[in-house]
Design a protein around this ligand. Structure first.
Ligand code: FAD
Length: 597
């Protein structure tokens, strides 16, 4: 089996939690190939030359402007990176298409329009369409001639998407489905030509349909007035006996949920990529500002309080990036493996994303919260100017907020993270039971003092193992104690989700540093090591706090004492001067005057 970069690793979704991962197997951004980096650079210069100079006009929703910019992106091939060549795309690997999302991620409303068009606007037809549907729609979507959009949400069904009220009834002559209902918050809705719309056949069977803008009975509402991403078109869609030809049923009748949920897996990872691209640019703007603004006859970037913010931004961005491309490579490898087994392209792509649905949900949460942190502190670094619309950070602050809401709210994604792990455990797809039992046994045995491995980063490796034990201990005890009641104890699930998400990101950062140090030498990765160690030091406390809050919610007496003792053991860190470490990280970023990569 061939892959684009490096060796093939064969890890199941969620499996990292119960096994140790090898750094050599982990894909890191420093492994990008030349062609991939060229694509990323091309996206960056597209933003700089075609998008950012027009950003005020875009945000005023100047008629025709956004579609014309999507056309330009289409002319450069940026709309079809992941689409097979036979359907008018470039047929690139998953990592390259993720890099496009990252590269265009700093484009404010344009990024949202692009991501919606290439993701939820195109992928349902690409992955679930018949040959005829794909031939009709995909080349036009890949070139940008037609713009795509996705109508799932309704006024009374958002997170609970399957409770949609829009209906589809077969016409008397059997040639059409008549759609009746309303969709809301539809990105690109104001100018899109083709929509994937979900409706219930006979009010029951949740089904996807391809709707064209000229279909009789289809209308759209005016643009919403939003807090941010003001240049992104968001409208309601109305269906009044809207005539959709039967050949425009997408997938199977009653199987619309498979389309809705599978498309979201990929969307979540891509949202993280866009957040990463945005975060890097905004951090760069904030660092540049801090390097030019003087107060008390001192450049504000020289104040410890500001250095702390710059370092924290750098850490969050670097860690998010480490996890994003680790998962992207897993998806790419899985896709290649399934293709080699003879699976068709669409089935391979969908199954690969489903395999890593847990990780996609975590990336979405971490990436969107990273970006929210970066934009918030960037406004703070700008002081009063940060509150002015003259400065980009104020736009970034408003635009960033939506990321925690769409593609599944962060609450829903946190719940899903734990739910998927537990369900895979129950179904035997992921053996979490045995390691959870082993951790429980370890609690009553003599503690294991010190690291057996004394090689580079042995303490950090051990800490990750301990974090995993903390999760297995807490989640295992919660399941045992609460059984099916755990589902309704969402506060506990949220704590466990955070423990899982922090641990996954910690491990991704660790593997990146180890892999880098084995190629460059330990001294050459002091910046990255500082990032890793600071992140791990903070993560230990966060895991401890989340674990404690979870345990205290369901355990009492001896059991509670025992669990808390175990948790403390698993989250213990050595004293660490995080102030100095963060100063070193900040000093490097300040000297560079931007975020490095
Ligand atoms: C700018 C914008 C663009 C959008 N683009 C599109 C698009 O192109 N296509 C489309 O179909 N939709 C789109 N959406 C809709 C978006 O996906 C939904 O807003 C989102 O899924 C949340 O649904 P909701 O707004 O109904 O909130 P609700 O589901 O009502 O949620 C409200 C709050 O309750 C929480 N909550 C809900 N259920 C649970 C639960 N079971 N447990 C715990 N907490 C829960 C949520 O996390 C949230 O905090 C867009 C929305 C916006 C604002």
């Amino acid at each position: 089996m061939s892959t684009v970069t490096g060796s093939v690793i064969n890890i199941k979704g969620g499996e990292w939690l119960i096994r140790e991962s090898e750094a050599a197997d982990s894909f890191i951004p420093e492994d990008f190939q030349e062609e991939q980096l060229m694509v990323k650079d091309m996206c960056a210069s597209f933003l700089d030359t075609e998008i950012l100079p027009l950003i005020d006009r875009i945000d005023k929703l100047e008629p025709g402007l956004m579609p014309s910019l999507i056309d330009k992106a289409g002319q450069m091939g940026l709309l079809g990176t992941a689409i097979p060549e036979a359907l008018g795309g470039l047929g690139k690997d998953f990592i390259t298409s993720t890099l496009v999302n990252e590269g265009l991620g700093g484009g404010y409303s344009f990024s949202v329009a692009m991501a919606a068009h290439t993701g939820i606007g195109t992928l349902p037809i690409l992955y679930f369409g018949t040959e005829a549907q794909k031939t009709k729609y995909i080349p036009k979507l890949a070139s940008g001639e037609w713009k795509g959009s996705y109508g799932l949400t309704e006024p009374n069904s958002g997170s609970d998407a399957l409770s949609a009220k829009t209906t589809a009834t077969l016409s008397g002559d059997g040639k059409y489905y008549l759609l009746n209902g309303q969709k809301c918050w539809i990105t690109n809705g104001g100018f899109a030509d083709v929509f994937t719309v979900f409706a219930k056949v006979d009010g029951e069977k949740f089904t996807a349909f391809i709707v064209e803008k000229n279909f009789e009975g289809f209308t759209r509402g005016p643009e919403e007035h939003k807090m941010g991403i003001k240049g992104s078109s968001t409208v309601q869609l109305y269906f009044q006996d809207c005539k959709v030809p039967v050949e425009n049923v997408l997938g199977e009748i009653g199987k619309g949920h498979i389309i809705a949920f599978n498309i979201l897996n990929i969307g979540r990872l891509k949202l993280c990529a866009a957040a990463l691209g945005g975060g890097k640019r905004i951090a760069g703007i904030a660092i540049e500002y801090a390097n030019t603004r003087e107060q008390f006859k001192t450049m504000i970037s020289q104040f410890g309080a500001i250095k702390n913010k710059i370092a924290e931004m750098g850490i969050e961005i670097w860690v998010a990036e480490s996890a994003l491309y680790r998962v992207s490579k897993w998806i790419e490898d899985k896709e290649q493996e399934l293709l080699a087994d003879g699976k068709p392209f669409n089935e391979a792509a969908l199954a690969a994303a489903e395999e890593y649905a847990i990780e996609c949900a975590m990336l979405k949460v971490f990436g969107s919260e990273m970006l929210n942190y970066v934009v918030d502190e960037s406004v703070q670094i700008h002081g009063g100017n940060g509150f002015s619309d003259e400065y980009m950070v104020s736009r970034a602050y408003r635009d960033s907020r939506i990321n925690r809401i769409f593609e599944g709210t962060n609450e829903i994604n946190r719940l899903l993270t734990v739910d998927m792990i537990l369900k895979r455990g129950l179904k035997g797809r992921l053996d979490i039971l045995t390691p959870a039992k082993n951790v429980a046994k370890e609690l009553v045995s003599i503690p294991d003092f010190g690291a057996s491995d004394d090689g580079p980063f042995s303490a950090e490796k051990k800490l990750i193992i301990q974090f995993k034990k903390a999760i297995l201990l807490t989640a295992g005890a919660a399941v045992q104690k609460l059984m099916t009641k755990l589902e309704s104890e969402q506060e506990i699930l949220m704590h466990i989700a955070d423990m899982v998400m922090i641990t996954f990101h910690s491990e991704s950062a660790l593997l990146r540093v180890i892999k880098l140090s084995s190629s460059r030498g330990e001294e050459a990765v002091s910046f990255e090591s500082d990032i890793l160690r600071t992140f791990l030091y903070d993560s230990a406390d966060k895991i401890d706090k989340n674990g404690k809050d979870a345990i205290n919610a369901f355990a009492e007496g001896d059991e509670q004492r025992m669990l808390l003792m175990g948790l403390k053991r698993f989250t213990k860190t050595n004293p660490f001067n995080s102030k100095e470490s963060k100063r070193r990280i900040a000093d490097k970023l300040i000297a560079l005057g931007k975020y490095p990569l």
